[in-house]
Design a protein around this ligand. Sequence first.
Ligand code: UDP
Ligand code: MG
Length: 326
Amino acid sequence: MQDIAPQHDCLTLVIAAYNEADALPALQPRIAAALDLAESEGLEARVLYIDDGSRDATWDVLRGLAARDPRIGLLRLSRNFGKEAALTAGLDRIERGAALILDADGQDPPELLPQFIAKWREGFDDVHGTRLERDGEGLLKRATAHGFYRVMGMLSKTPVPRDTGDFRLLSPRALAALRELRERHRFMKGLFGWIGFNQVAIPYHREARLAGRSKFGFWKLWNFALEGITSFSTAPLRAATYLGIATAFVAFVYGAWVIAKALLWGDPVAGWPTMMAVILFLGGVQLVALGLIGEYLGRLYEESKQRPLYLVDSWLPATGVSSQRH
Ligand code: UDP
Ligand code: MG
């Protein structure tokens, strides 16, 4: 797949939407303008919206938008599979050219498209937007996100660029490479880094959402962080090993001391508090290590089931190019 010749003729914007009925009508004009810009640069430009099993009017809104612009393609999943699976579904359906991934809530400005295209034409395979500031996001989210990227950077063997989300352009060969990674636990930020190729960052200002609320609450973000760490690092398992060795060493020394004491000075019945402390401590350490192994084992179990990553309900490809072209 590495020998795919660079094609600079087609670009598809890929947008996963989950309950975004309020944001999409405001976003589409900006997307249309970006598509016009891409066309004026000689590209065949399309947009593919993926409805990730929305419960609100998202699908009807999308159908309405698609009826007015033949450059819009629509994909609907059978239920909510999560953003990572929805994006995978979209990327799987791109037959030609590059892909640019955006959020449906307008937080990733489509107005930056020309910069992405320019970098792609310079020969970069992965052009990603790096957030300079984040509007409309609380201190806690910013602080935890900050911490997360630093921890990931330390633990992962392949680079995970800091403060970078899914807002990125992938060249045809990067896309082909990504399609070969079919793991069920998809930590996209890590996968992008894993495939390698020429990467470059474009700094941008992250605006507040157009409408609605973030789908990623604290609990979901915590699980997302766990996913990232367990998918791209076995460092926690290693840490458990070292913790085990250190505990065993301390236990051994203490055991030797207890035996020596009994031999030297006899063994009056005492030591209930020490025994309780030792049992509780060892029990705690064992449970932590077991839980850790369980996290990895659970993921192994999910992978072994070999289920599809997503199921498609409807697929309505873009029908044609806009009348403004040529
Ligand atoms: N999204 C999705 N499936 C989900 C959750 C979110 O497709 O299960 C989409 C959502 O519609 C949006 C993008 O993923 O386009 C980012 O979501 P959100 O804005 O809630 O995340 P945040 O920007 O707060 O990290
Ligand atoms: Mg958002």
